[in-house]
Ligand binder design. Structure first.
Ligand code: SF4
Length: 390
């Protein structure tokens, strides 16, 4: 997670609740992506550090258990940077240019100059973040799947170039000879194109061509696939995307909850602040007077009921709203109670942690050390494979 400072309900329902479940099911690594923050906000360094600490406090307060998971800060594990550099040597530029969010983000953050080397390379930095731990699963939303895909491609290419076994080429040449001259030459051309330019269409075509070969045994086909994709030796395993359910937790105005839109409820908001924010929430514009009936589907408060209220309360809202039987303040009361009930224990714990910053710093330091040990092992293999094993 990028350091964004104090977290709000959007983070809690969109990410943290999912992490709380995952930490019981997997060995998890959660990190503050401070280098990623600099890829877009490189001119605001003063925020990064302060935001990072506040964010980790909120993770812990929400229930992330440092005894179960590893919590660390990206910039304190320099192996991420080294792996990013080493992977950059063999990653085709075209792979980064075609990541959908590259152009989208440049468009949506128009006020920033994002024509930088670092911004173009951020998907590769993400790949390094994942591959440094040889991660099996990466929890992402559907919009992030492209980043996992590029990581898989980078790992495959790395293994292909650096993971070959002795005599691998010779054995593969023997297999190609069985394809017949024309087909064999086509296969070699496609493979060359994939290797030299990272052309994924060529990879797909070559794979299909192989599967059509009836006179090649399955064993030889396997070998040739390995030859094509570089699975001779797996140094960096390909991770899988662990698709997380999309959480519907819109902001106070019905748009996406976001600090920049000023429509958030923070996990550390005080009781009266929460009540005040919810009381001021806009409602169905058709309900000008208390006697005007409304339509919950046009009201941001209804979104909150869908997250927080049971069936009975939701029925009470629908009935009361559409018949003007209840007023909007009345309708908001159960939401205020439910949000307060959810946030109160988190706020209490966060305030305790904020009063003990040394405790949080120690947790981060321990996490950084553990993450560093894991990443160092991967880097040893990567350096060796790339001829840097001094
Ligand atoms: Fe919205 Fe409730 Fe008012 Fe209907 S009664 S407009 S759902 S706040």
């Amino acid at each position: 997670m990028r350091p964004t400072g104090r977290l709000h309900l959007g983070h809690y329902h969109g990410v943290l609740k999912n992490w709380l479940t995952l930490q019981h099911e997997y060995e998890c690594f959660f990190f503050v992506a401070d280098w990623h923050a600099l890829t877009t906000h490189y001119d605001e360094p003063e925020l990064v550090n302060e935001y990072a600490l506040d964010m980790v406090i909120d993770w812990l307060a929400a229930g992330i258990n440092p005894g179960q998971s590893t919590l660390f800060v990206q910039s304190r594990v320099p192996e991420h940077a080294e792996l990013h550099l080493l992977l950059s040597m063999m990653t085709p530029l075209s792979w980064l240019e075609r990541v959908p969010s590259y152009k989208d983000q440049q468009e949506s953050l128009k006020e920033r100059d994002l024509a930088t080397y670092g911004f173009l390379g951020y998907p590769l930095l993400q790949s390094a973040d994942i591959l440094a731990y040889r991660a099996g699963q990466v929890p992402v939303g559907a919009d992030q799947e492209a980043h996992i895909e590029i990581t898989r491609e980078v790992a495959r290419r790395f293994n292909h170039i650096y993971g070959r076994e002795p005599n691998f080429e010779k054995k593969a040449e023997q297999g190609i000879a069985k394809m017949g001259r024309k087909q064999g030459n086509l296969y070699k051309k496609l493979r060359k194109s994939y290797l030299e330019t990272g052309d994924l269409d060529a990879l797909e075509t070559a794979r299909a061509l192989l599967q059509e070969q009836q006179n090649i045994t399955l064993g030889d086909q396997e070998r040739l696939l390995g030859y094509l994709e570089g699975t001779g030796r797996v140094i960096l395993p390909e991770p899988n995307a662990l698709l997380t359910p999309v959480a519907k937790m819109p902001g106070l105005d019905g748009q996406k909850m976001s600090k920049s839109l000023n429509n958030t409820i923070a996990l550390r908001d005080e009781t009266d602040v929460i009540a005040d924010k919810i009381r001021r929430m806009p409602t169905d514009p058709a309900r000008i007077r208390r006697t005007d009936p409304g339509e919950p589907d046009r009201c941001p408060v209804w979104n909150f009921h869908q997250v927080y209220s049971d069936k009975r309360t939701r029925e009470w809202v629908c009935e009361g709203c559409t018949t003007a039987g209840i007023g909007c303040l009345e309708c908001k009361a159960p939401v205020i109670d439910a949000v307060e009930a959810e946030v109160a224990p988190i706020r209490l714990r966060a305030n305790e942690l904020a009063a003990n910053p040394d405790e949080v710093s120690n947790i981060i330091a321990e996490g950084c050390e553990k993450a560093g040990d894991e990443a160092a092992e991967t880097l040893r293999d990567v350096r060796d494979a790339m001829g840097l094993g001094w």
